[in-house]
Design a protein around this ligand. Structure first.
Ligand code: 3H9
Length: 691
């Protein structure tokens, strides 16, 4: 019948089939909206059409509005108007959903009169994760379809629902059996001739105010300073009993207000930054096939990695030092997977198969002879790791990739103990590895491109956000952590208490403060690392001994009942002994403690992150400044809605960042090496701060 380049329309025996074909994800760019508007008018004018089907080409249904257009002035036709026209058609329209129907894509489907889903498809309104709210009727049509309580959940979390849940809640009318288009045509055939069902014509939801009161606290707590989920909830409450037109007008106002907000800009930035990470120098190398994974070490990290790999469909052999430890490691990994069964992430039958044959544990390295990739997750000691790699070099296939999960140590020095340093990389997982999203692929200079590509492919297979890092103490994330932890220690010695500093972290939007995090991780681990690095420490650098003293006295944090905090009671409280040690160290150094505001504390912490990030960039440890932000957001709880420390530096602009650095650099107590930052600032020149 008619075709624009991105939207086509054909008629099969009185059924109009609209196809959107805008790779890669059928985003609703201006041209697609225009094509849809023309197609809808063509159907409206054609009396021979008895019903219509809206389907998409390629791997997915519409994944949303075109996020790249959000930074530009809006261009007609507006999506909400296109959807209004579509819904107004007087013959039934069925959306046929495969892949993902997200954001504006799901709103488009809600404007259709019925929805048929492929069994593997998902739907959702993820707008809040981009700092906005649904802007094309989602906040008004969804409650009229599935009720207010379920809509609050979907819209304020931005989560996706699979086809089964969508059917149960009423977001889908049917799950396709066999061929998708055929199935939709059969569904449509039964609706032809009946009056169409328009969500906009349904009465408002009339939700009880208790629903909103109940949702308010958890939504604000989860948001941790992010405004979009809170605004979404407010709007749902405000328009719960409004007529449709008023609800739509209010939705448009709130959407437009948020679209240009700093938070939305930051969230869009991090969305695209997470897609940049796979652009690596090794991108063209062919990854080796990894079906069999070996994991050395059955502790928390090793079993977490094993669980992540099993969930992704790999076979795993766990190696421990003796038979009893091997058995324990296996039951630990199975314990983690039982949790996945309980959370609905793993089918019981798959769990049974894993327990019966896909997970093995052993005390013999020889059983790794068929492994395609081995990840060592043993104790953080270079001699221990080198001994393991010598062993692995003897027993594994020559083409097997050998990876270390070290979080600080020199991957090159570990690789050098093997006869195949070109096949050795670092794969730095975060604990618990089956839950945490981030993996750093650490690339020593000798590593071959396809070994690196294999590490990336494994990370992706495990569903991880995988970032390339060069070799240095701590790679990207832990190196920045060391830098801001050091600043936090200076602040503590200069007068701020650990509890004040932790509170500043939390009010900034981080899930926990730097001292409570250390207590949780175990101070002994930090102590061991400090001892290992002692000989390389710059003797002119300020050194805070407080954590060493705590450890010398056996206070390792939560695991020993005390650290910076005391855990004897129901809730942790500042530990008296820790406070006494802090006071004693201040006296010993002649420091007169002074007060710091939460803003001052976070200013120093943030500038420390930016400063170290600039060195990391300057040295080529990170490929891009946005990779640093991806690491901080996904591995260290840096608030996503702030974009990341490097993004914040860009937003602050050259002059302001320098001004703040100078303000701190004049402070004797503050140890700065801002050379790389100054270089970075001058390189960015006038474009700095224009994002
Ligand atoms: C919205 O809809 C607002 C509405 O209420 C309407 C208001 C009026 N736009 O992720 P991938 C690109 S807000 C532009 O690697 P996957 C992406 O950058 C939107 N581009 O693939 C990448 O490009 P490149 C609500 C987009 O298979 C390529 O597509 N929707 C968009 O792993 C492939 O992406 C969302 O939030 C977009 N909307 O995952 C959904 N989406 O190759 C956002 C993707 O140049 N998208 N690109 O790097 C996703 O969650 C995932 O992309 C998806 C596919 C699950 C769809």
């Amino acid at each position: 019948m008619m075709t624009t380049s991105l939207v086509s329309l054909r008629q099969d025996d009185g059924i109009a089939v609209i196809t959107i074909d805008n790779p890669p994800v059928n985003a609703l760019s201006q041209a697609v909206r225009q094509g849809l508007a023309e197609t809808i008018e063509a159907i409206a004018a054609d009396n021979t059409v008895r019903g219509a089907i809206l389907i998409c080409a390629g791997k997915t249904f519409v994944a949303g509005a075109d996020i790249r257009e959000f930074g530009k002035p809006p261009a007609a036709p507006m999506l909400r108007d296109v959807i209004t026209r579509l819904e107004a058609l007087d013959r039934p329209v069925v959306a046929v959903i495969h892949g993902t129907a997200l954001g504006g894509g799901f709103e488009l489907a809600l404007g259709c009169h019925y929805r048929v889903m492929d069994k593997d498809a998902v739907v959702g309104l993820p707008e809040v994760t981009l700092g906005i709210i649904p802007g094309a009727g989602g906040t008004q049509r969804l409650p009229r379809l599935i009720g207010m309580a379920a809509s609050i959940d979907m819209i304020t979390s931005g989560r996706r629902a699979d086809a089964r849940e969508a059917l149960k809640l009423g977001m889908a009318d049917a799950i396709a059996q066999g061929d998708l288009l055929m199935s939709a045509k059969n569904f449509l055939a039964a609706k032809i001739g009946s009056p169409v069902r328009r969500l906009s014509e349904r009465p408002p939801t009339a939700a009880a105010s208790a629903i909103f009161a109940e949702a308010g606290k958890p939504v604000a707590a989860r948001a941790r300073g992010q405004i979009s989920p809170v605004r979404a909830l407010d709007l749902l409450e405000e328009t719960a009993s409004s007529n449709f037109a008023h609800g739509m007008a209010r939705e448009a106002e709130v959407f437009t207000g948020l679209r240009n907000s700093d938070q939305a800009r930051a969230l869009r930035y991090i969305f695209f930054a997470e897609r940049e990470i796979s652009k690596i120098p090794e991108a063209d190398a062919k990854p080796r096939i990894v079906a069999q994974l070996g994991v050395i070490g059955g502790g928390l990290m090793g079993t977490g990695i094993a669980a992540a790999a099993l969930l992704a469909g790999l076979d795993v052999t766990l190696v421990e030092r003796d038979a009893a430890s091997a058995d324990l490691a296996k039951s630990r990994a199975l314990g983690l997977l039982k949790g996945s069964v309980e959370r609905g992430k793993l089918a019981q039958t798959d769990y049974d198969a894993i327990a019966a044959s896909r997970l093995r544990s052993t005390a013999s390295y020889a059983e790794l002879s068929s492994a395609d990739l081995v990840i060592e997750a043993a104790f953080e000691d270079i001699a221990v790791k080198q001994a393991i790699f010598r062993e692995l070099d003897k027993v594994t296939k020559p083409q097997a990739v050998l990876a270390t999960n070290t979080s600080y140590l020199d991957v090159g020095a570990i690789a050098a103990t093997t006869a195949r340093p070109e096949n050795v990389i670092g794969l730095h997982f975060f604990s618990p590895a089956h839950i945490m999203k981030l993996v750093e692929v650490v690339v020593p200079p000798e590593a071959q491109a396809d070994a690196v590509a294999t590490g990336f492919a494994l990370g992706r297979k495990l569903g991880k956000i995988t970032v390339r890092a060069g070799v240095c103490d701590g790679f990207i994330g832990n190196r920045i952590l060391s830098a801001y932890r050091k600043q936090a220690e200076y602040l503590m010695e200069d007068g701020a208490s650990p509890a004040e500093i932790d509170a500043a972290f939390r009010s900034f939007g981080l899930p926990m403060g730097v001292f409570e995090m250390q207590d949780m991780a175990g101070l002994d681990i930090i102590w061991a690392n400090r001892k290992a690095l002692a000989t390389r420490r710059d003797p002119s650098e300020r050194y805070v001994r407080i954590v060493d003293i705590l450890c010398e006295r056996g206070h390792f944090g939560r695991k020993t009942g005390s650290g910076y905090y005391n855990y004897a009671g129901k809730a942790p409280v500042p530990d008296e002994e820790a406070l006494a040690i802090i006071a004693q160290e201040r006296r010993r150094k002649g420091i007169v403690p002074r007060h710091f505001t939460a803003d001052e504390i976070m200013d120093r912490i943030l500038l420390a992150m930016i400063n170290e990030g600039s060195h990391i960039l300057d040295e080529g440890i990170a490929l891009r400044s946005s990779d640093i932000d991806v690491v901080m957001v996904n591995g260290y709880g840096f608030p996503r809605w702030r974009g990341g420390p490097m993004f914040m530096a860009d937003q602050m602009g050259t002059r302001e960042t320098l001004r703040r650095i100078e303000a701190h650099a004049t402070d004797d107590a503050f140890f700065w090496k801002p050379s790389a930052l100054l270089k970075r600032l001058s390189e960015m020149g006038s474009s700095f701060g224009t994002h």
